[in-house]
Design a protein around this ligand. Structure first.
Ligand code: AMP
Ligand code: MG
Length: 406
């Protein structure tokens, strides 16, 4: 059974507010086996709302409308729904009382306009809001369940979990929870990931397969309603991806690196130039990283690379700061001077300035030094400055991960 979501609010279309409801509500609904089939964002415009809601009522068994339940003149959701469903708006005294109570507790004078929020379409059920004055509303109309919720996420989220989920559970008892699994892959482009994964899932038509490319990683996603089929698909995907897959679910690369270092009883250090400390930042975002992270340098100038890490002046002069030998010397110097088991170094040209004839913007060398060997990778990352830094840090962390395995 599918759901249609209508998010209202001109701020969403003017670019002032990121529409986070799709993301939040979709993930909640998945737990009940429900999916959003269509999502429309509209401004606070009565005619547009009437059109969009009327159309949704024709095609979806469940329609969720967010926003427009406030007291101001641009909040018209309840009026439009009441009109379309042919219901009168009646003042609900218990809602009015709880609004009065909120104001009394805060010692604030109450404008009369606030009573608009106590108006309830005939036959609708009130969904309490403990974090604001506008209650939610649920209304059954010609086999369609209409759910109206206030726009602010801090009001909507608790209401969704407290009132809407139980209501939906009752409405769709037969629906099976969607088994949705995500696998994270690093070091391979999206097309190669697909070449590896797609063939092993042929014949599993009851498992929906999808991909999402992000800076420095590719997500593989499977969705099914049969948990045993999810298990089988996961087994095949893990076998196909091997160590290129670094984790599953909500895990991040830095979490995996800290976990694996901890498990191996190893430590790491960072020597960063163009990433400006981002690798150290990401590692230290993880609770428990103090056990594995020894030290980090941000050596932006040539002098710092020499003084702090012992990169020979001769090498800097001969090959330039963005070069394989310098990345190698930075990683080996950091490893030696910190006493860590593994050290990672990054040197590159983030751009948009700083390119030379032989060294274009986006060129980056990432080196990992361990007791066995020093590995250096060369990449050309054609991104804006911030994405470049993120991508380089992701590559560096992935190389640390691969070095720990050895
Ligand atoms: P309302 O008064 O119910 O229309 O809600 C307005 C408030 O909720 C504003 O602060 C909006 O920025 C916020 N809001 C409304 N819709 C969304 C949405 N889809 N995602 C995130 N915030 C939202
Ligand atoms: Mg609004």
């Amino acid at each position: 059974m599918n759901v249609e979501l209508i998010t209202t609010g001109s701020e969403l279309l003017l670019g002032f507010t990121l529409n986070t409801h799709v993301n939040y509500i979709a993930r909640q609904l998945a737990r009940l086996g429900l999916r959003i089939e269509r999502q429309t964002a509209i401004g606070d415009d009565r005619a547009a709302m009437r059109q969009v809601i009327a159309a949704a009522l024709q095609r979806a068994p469940i329609v969720i409308i967010t926003g427009g339940l406030g007291p101001t003149s641009d909040d018209v959701t309840r009026e439009v729904v009441a009109e379309l469903a042919g219901r009168k708006l009646l003042r609900d005294e218990s809602v009015a009382e709880s609004i009065r109570e909120r104001f009394r507790k805060r010692n604030r004078t109450m404008p009369d306009s606030i009573y608009a929020q106590a108006m309830v379409p005939e036959g609708a059920r009130v969904l309490p809001n403990h974090n604001g004055t506008a209650p939610g509303l649920a209304l059954s109309h010609e086999n369609v369940l209409i759910i109206m919720l206030p726009g602010p996420p801090r009001e909507l989220h608790p209401m969704f979990e407290e009132s809407v989920m139980p209501l939906l559970k009752k409405t769709v008892p037969a629906a099976r929870a969607l088994d949705c699994r995500v696998f994270h892959v690093a070091g391979l482009p999206e097309s190669v990931v697909e070449e590896k994964v797609a063939p092993v899932l042929t014949g599993m038509s009851d498992v929906e397969l999808g991909y999402c490319a992000r800076p420095g990683e590719v997500e593989v996603r499977i969705i099914t309603v049969h948990a045993d089929r999810g298990d089988e698909a996961e087994r095949r995907i893990r076998a196909a991806l091997g160590h290129d897959m670094f984790g599953a679910g909500d895990v991040t690369m830095e979490q995996v690196v800290v976990e694996q270092l901890t498990a191996a009883g190893k430590t790491m250090a960072t020597a960063e130039s163009c990433t400006g400390g981002l690798i150290a930042h990401r590692i230290t975002n993880i609770s428990g990283s103090s056990v594995v992270f020894r030290q980090g340098w941000v050596t932006y100038s040539n002098e710092a690379k020499t003084d702090q890490l012992g990169v020979p002046v001769r090498v800097l002069d001969q090959d330039g700061a963005v070069s394989e030998p310098v990345a190698r010397a930075m990683a080996e110097g950091a490893r030696q001077r910190s006493g860590a088991d593994v050290a990672v170094a990054v040197t590159g040209i983030a751009g948009p300035t700083g390119a030379t004839a032989e060294k274009p913007v986006g060129l980056v060398y990432v080196a990992v030094a361990s007791s066995e060997e020093t590995v250096v990778q060369r990449h050309l990352l054609m991104f804006d400055r911030e994405t470049f830094k993120w991508f380089a840090s992701q590559t560096a962390l992935d190389m640390v991960r691969r070095a720990i395995r050895k």
